[in-house]
Design a protein around this ligand. Structure first.
Ligand code: OGA
Ligand code: MN
Length: 291
């Protein structure tokens, strides 16, 4: 396995490993350490099948079955399809996943360690790939906070709500997401997580508070919460924390859902895009796994 850092705030390429094959525990450890260090890992030119893709994700934790699981691979409810492609006039995948800054599964009692996408079809226009996925470095954003802001968030939690992002998407013109049902909302009630979150792989603090799902800071008057959230959002918005992944078909992209936030750039219209996705729960003893 060769790991080549991008030289930017996030990102590394990992070559010399075929993800169709089972991983050794040494390889799992090396990938985990790289995930904490680089935040976004690209394994290019991968041809693994759906079974192997799910097995790869399972090396790092349990796989989530999405609460609004409208689109998934046959026999694999845990492997979601992200796509704008239509077959017989019907969507074959979720066409608008992640269009807005967010952290996958921060709305969940058990949060995600990582999300992994395998690019089957990447929109290309005039020779250039469209539909980048953008990331921000939350290790660096935490470090960049002024000392008084760090002191204000220490020991504080924020509430995260799955329905916030869902409703935000529904407000967009032409959006076809149905409202969440009562049963779906009950399965993912709002939850609280520390804002200064200790990353289980790096042991360092990250800023775990992104606009997509966060509704408020707990135990604070609304106006004070809004003002503090504004400071936190403005800090993470800085260009120096930004990294964009340009897709190539065959890429397996694995990102750190604790140490990064992300945004899907919707600039490709009807040019076909097809991604497989698994979301991996942070349900293992990572400090022990990387020791
Ligand atoms: C996601 C997501 C980004 C993309 O699947 O959670 O945000 O570029 N996807 O598809
Ligand atoms: Mn996402």
């Amino acid at each position: 396995m060769r790991i080549t850092p991008s030289g930017q705030t996030l990102g590394a390429r990992i070559e010399g490993i075929d993800l169709q094959n089972p991983l050794s525990s040494a390889e799992i450890r090396e990938i985990l350490v790289a995930l904490g260090q680089h935040g976004v890992l690209c394994f290019p030119k991968q041809t693994l099948d759906v079974d192997a893709f799910a097995a790869f994700g399972s090396c790092f934790g349990g796989l989530e079955i999405n609460v609004a699981n409208m689109f998934h691979e046959p026999e694999h409810p845990e492997v979601m399809i992200l796509s704008n492609i239509k077959k017989d006039g019907k969507q074959i995948g979720l066409g608008d996943a992640g269009q807005g800054w967010h952290t996958d599964m921060s709305y969940s009692e058990t949060i995600a360690l990582t999300t992994i996408l395998h690019a089957q079809k990447v929109p290309v226009v005039n020779g250039a790939p469209l539909g980048n996925t953008e990331f921000r470095n939350m290790h660096a954003a935490y470090d960049g906070l002024p000392a008084d802001v760090k002191a204000r968030i220490e020991g504080r939690t924020a509430t995260h709500d799955f329905n916030k992002f869902w409703e935000m998407m529904r407000q967009r013109p032409g959006n076809t997401r149905p409202p969440l049902t009562e049963a779906q909302r009950k399965r993912k009630p709002p939850v609280s997580h520390p804002i200064a979150y200790t990353h289980p792989v790096t042991g360092k603090k990250v800023l775990y508070c992104t606009i997509g799902y966060v509704t408020h800071i707990d135990g604070m008057p609304a106006a004070e919460s809004e003002a503090l959230l504004d400071i936190l959002y403005r800090e993470q918005d800085r260009d120096q924390y930004l990294y964009a992944h340009r897709w190539t078909e065959g890429d397996v992209l694995m990102w750190d859902d604790i140490g990064t936030t992300h945004n899907a750039v919707a600039d490709y219209g009807d040019h076909p895009r097809y991604m497989r996705r698994v979301q991996v729960l942070a349900d293992r003893d990572y400090p022990a796994m990387v020791r």
